[in-house]
Design a binder for this molecule. Sequence first.
Ligand SMILES: O=C(O)c1cc(=O)[nH]c(=O)n1[C@@H]1O[C@H](COP(=O)(O)O)[C@@H](O)[C@H]1O
Length: 228
Amino acid sequence: MRAPIAVALDAPDLATAVSWAAAAGPHVQCLKVGLETYLRDGRAAVEAVRAAAPGVELFLDLKLHDIPNTVAGAVRSVAALAPDYLTVHASGGAAMVRAAAEALPSGRVTAVTVLTSLSEGELAQVGLAGPPIDAVRRLAVLAVGAGAGALVCSPQEVAAVRAEVGPDVVLITPGVRPAGADAGDQARVATPEQALADGADLLVLGRPVTAAADPGAAAAALAAALTG
Ligand SMILES: O=C(O)c1cc(=O)[nH]c(=O)n1[C@@H]1O[C@H](COP(=O)(O)O)[C@@H](O)[C@H]1O
């Protein structure tokens, strides 16, 4: 049984991304191609990952953030790849999120609320003073109202976001670390078990899988812990 995990294929070259996809793919629901891999290898990366891991969902994490007309064009540029999830920054505003949603014929425009790497102190520095949950909740409601079908937030906010947006929006949480694992640059973290208990639909995990000596075994172990 595939676990509700998206493995982040943030790889130094395409061969490595494909090897991680082949190793982890059988154990997880989704694989994520993000900026490191997409900006280097483009649509060939998406095609190679799909070929290496048949049946997985594809999460294209481009975190688009620009004026609505430009974002709509960017979404059209990747729409033929038919990603199941495509990220935009909710802080681009309602018109931008709506433009993205209107330009993606299938799949879910996925709005990133507040990056999981940002602490309360760093948020204050960029003008978002107060507990992160306040900004996350505000951006979640804005994005769903503008047509986002999925949201990214930290596992620390997922219960509150679920209460706010209801059952139909897919809630995706990076910032997930097994107990005792190194958080690295992530500031707002929780364990996979806690994230699921609090209502996450899909957990994004990168380095806990890909930095392991055996990424396939790491994905299998995480999946087994979550699916019993
Ligand atoms: O949109 C994302 O996937 C994302 C949003 C966010 O707020 N925080 C975040 O870490 N991510 C992504 O999730 C992955 C987390 O990787 P690890 O920290 O290695 O598990 C990376 O690919 C990030 O780009």
